[in-house]
Design a binder for this molecule. Structure first.
Ligand SMILES: Cc1cc2nc3c(=O)[nH]c(=O)nc-3n(C[C@H](O)[C@H](O)[C@H](O)COP(=O)(O)OP(=O)(O)OC[C@H]3O[C@@H](n4cnc5c(N)ncnc54)[C@H](O)[C@@H]3O)c2cc1C
Ligand SMILES: *[C@@H]1O[C@H](CO)[C@@H](O)[C@H](O)[C@H]1NC(C)=O
Ligand SMILES: *[C@@H]1O[C@H](CO)[C@@H](O)[C@H](O)[C@H]1NC(C)=O
Ligand SMILES: *[C@@H]1O[C@H](CO)[C@@H](O)[C@H](O)[C@H]1NC(C)=O
Ligand SMILES: *[C@@H]1O[C@H](CO)[C@@H](O)[C@H](O)[C@H]1NC(C)=O
Ligand SMILES: *[C@@H]1O[C@H](CO)[C@@H](O)[C@H](O)[C@H]1NC(C)=O
Length: 527
């Protein structure tokens, strides 16, 4: 029996298998032949299968690498890239991969923080969904079927074209793919009002480990629950999501207050911790700390779902410390605010359809804050940002509360709901070609220093900001279940066990797997 994933030899003991598994070792030639036969048309074969012999192979691979940490010469490369043009091709890829012991990675937008959709240290094939990106909007029902190769920018754009008072609550960066993003939760400026992208998924079409296409009705509610926040790599290939749209007002207001002086910034941030999650959920104010030349500066970009006069009244009453002035504010449509928040300035709306962006190498980690931090701790972060290796460092505080607190922590796999004031993201970037170590160490140091001020036991983390420092399968001493649990509870808390149950029932042989995917229970039962 070919073992698809890392160290789980215990599975060898399972003899009654519900579907045939090849007795051969990974057989690439067999896989290619199987696939070509199934695709059954030379035109489709050449559109779907790309080998390193194709002159464009490396640029194809690179085109959606969104973290340049994984585009170095020694980064492992896939043996093939497949770009399905129809759902049948994905089914064929899964069936042939299983039969010939091929390890696959699914890539939608390629934003995985640890590159797991396109990097691993054993032979693998990428299923890249870039050709499957239709977006079908049903305005009367306020719903959309969006294929997973689409980006959130393309989705926002199409919604905005159809109706300026409909929107969708997902992330800020338009090139992020709906495939990975919705699979892990997904949030942006509308999270306080509307929660996560995954909270608005009402159906899905997936290819399961047996190569079958299933919709919600066929996959059952547990499976459907798991794919809305349990992370992309453990259960299936999602072909498309059906989402429900939300209402947005015809006029929203954006603003961006910037402070250079440490003391005034610290005062505002300190106070922000008491206000940002409790104020009206029409108001979203982020904190961004980063360097500008040699100085650290704090900015407070915000979105208000209404006109500027209401915003000013609200902020003067609830958060006068921010010192928000009319001149800091700009009224616009919601879709324009999406462009503004993506820092694409005055560009026309269709910039949202652009699928590529300039990217650097980076490392990030995340935390959830449940009690306001003392001002001295914030001041310590400020000083960390003054260090030489933090020239491109960034700390982002995203407020929760509102809808995030109304949804129970077991309703979706994303457990970081009520009781969390805000999420912190620690990021550091560096330029291509630079040695990464000191920049990565900076992130680790800041993260270590924060341990006593953030959610503990378990310390939380957001699966979409994937962090392999939390652990990965190595297969020594412990079962895969025990290994996976050690970081699984950080991402999913009490939902981890249910995710393992779903995994065990829908993918018992761990076909869909990566360095941090959900394990099955089997390895435990046998021990
Ligand atoms: C610049 C940048 C900005 C970001 N901004 C935000 C933000 O504002 N809010 C937020 O919540 N997150 C944000 N993220 C994080 C982002 O949500 C995650 O990285 C997300 O997983 C990316 O999805 P993707 O499809 O682009 O990535 P990919 O790398 O393609 O996929 C990520 C994971 O999902 C799996 N996957 C992808 N497609 C599928 C599919 N169709 N079926 C099954 N599994 C699949 C992959 O195998 C991989 O494990 C940002 C990331 C970056 C790099
Ligand atoms: C296994 O390998 C043998 C010999 O290489 C080959 O004849 C057979 O078709 C293979 N079976 C599968 C299922 O790949
Ligand atoms: C494959 O090709 C054969 C012969 O051209 C045809 O009869 C068959 O329907 C095709 N199968 C598929 C799935 O397209
Ligand atoms: C690439 O080309 C070489 C030489 O022509 C050939 O032997 C090999 O099979 C090809 N590889 C693939 C994956 O097609
Ligand atoms: C849209 O909604 C109506 C009424 O709720 C329903 O009858 C119809 O089937 C829906 N259409 C789709 C495509 O979901
Ligand atoms: C807000 O201002 C800061 C500092 O000037 C800038 O770096 C950031 O890009 C701005 N944010 C937005 C969303 O425009």
């Amino acid at each position: 029996m070919k073992l698809h994933c890392f160290f789980s030899s215990i599975m060898i003991l399972l003899l009654s298998v519900p579907y045939p598994v090849s007795a051969n070792r990974s057989n690439q030639a067999g896989f290619l032949q199987c696939l070509s036969l199934r695709l059954n048309d030379s035109n489709i074969v050449s559109r779907v299968i790309h080998t390193p012999n194709d002159s464009y192979f490396s640029s194809f691979l690179a085109s959606s690498i969104q973290n340049q940490r994984f585009s170095t010469p020694d980064t492992p490369k896939p043996v093939l890239i497949l770009t399905p043009v129809q759902p049948f091709d994905v089914q064929s890829a899964v069936k042939c991969a299983r039969r010939y012991g091929i390890h696959i990675r699914t890539r939608s937008g390629g934003h995985d923080y640890e590159g797991l959709s396109y990097v691993t240290h054993k032979p693998f094939v990428i299923i890249d969904l870039r050709n499957l990106r239709s977006i079908t909007i049903d305005i009367d029902n306020r719903s959309v079927w969006v294929q997973t190769g689409a980006t959130i920018g393309e989705l926002y754009f199409e919604i905005g074209q159809k109706n300026p008072t409909l929107g969708f609550p997902a992330g800020v960066c338009p090139t992020v793919g709906v495939g990975g993003h919705f699979s892990g939760g997904g949030y942006g400026t509308l999270l306080r009002k509307h929660g996560l992208a995954a909270d608005h998924v009402i159906d899905a079409r997936v290819v399961d480990a047996r190569g079958r296409v299933l919709e919600r009705r066929e996959m059952g509610e547990d499976f459907f629950w798991a794919i809305r926040g349990g992370g992309g790599s453990s259960f299936c290939v999602v072909l498309s999501w059906k989402i429900g749209l939300i209402n947005v007002p015809s006029t929203v207001t954006v603003f961006n207050v910037t402070k250079f002086s440490e003391q005034s910034a610290l005062n505002i941030i300190h106070r922000w911790q008491y206000v940002s999650d409790k104020v009206s959920d029409d108001l979203f104010i982020r904190v961004m700390l980063q360097r500008y030349k040699n100085m650290v500066r704090a900015s407070f970009p915000g979105l208000y779902l209404g006109p500027v006069r209401n915003l000013l009244r609200l902020v003067n009453r609830e958060f006068p410390e921010l010192g928000l002035e009319k001149e800091d504010c700009k009224e616009m449509s919601w879709i324009e605010s999406v462009v503004w928040f993506a820092e694409l300035g005055e560009e026309p709306i269709d910039v949202l359809r652009k699928r590529t962006r300039a990217s650097l190498a980076f490392k990030a980690k995340s935390d959830f804050v449940q009690e306001p931090m003392p001002e001295v701790v914030i001041s310590k972060l400020w000083r960390r940002l003054q260090e030489p290796e933090a020239e491109l460092g960034q700390l982002i505080f995203t407020p929760f509360g509102g809808k995030m607190s109304e949804i129970a922590d077991y309703e979706t796999p994303f457990p970081h709901r009520e009781g969390n004031i805000y999420e912190i993201q620690y990021l550091n970037y560096w330029r291509r070609g630079e040695e990464k170590e000191k920049y990565m160490r900076w992130v680790e140091r800041v993260y270590d220093e924060m341990s006593e001020f953030v959610a503990r036991s378990p310390r939380g983390a957001y699966i979409n900001l994937r962090d392999l420092d939390l652990g990965k399968y190595v297969g020594v001493r412990k079962s895969k279940y025990e290994e996976g649990k050690s970081w699984g509870v950080k991402y999913f808390k009490n939902n981890f066990e249910r995710l393992v149950r779903v995994k065990t029932s829908v993918d018992p042989f761990d076909f869909f797997c990566d360095e941090q995917s959900i394990p099955t229970f089997r390895s435990v039962e046998v021990i």
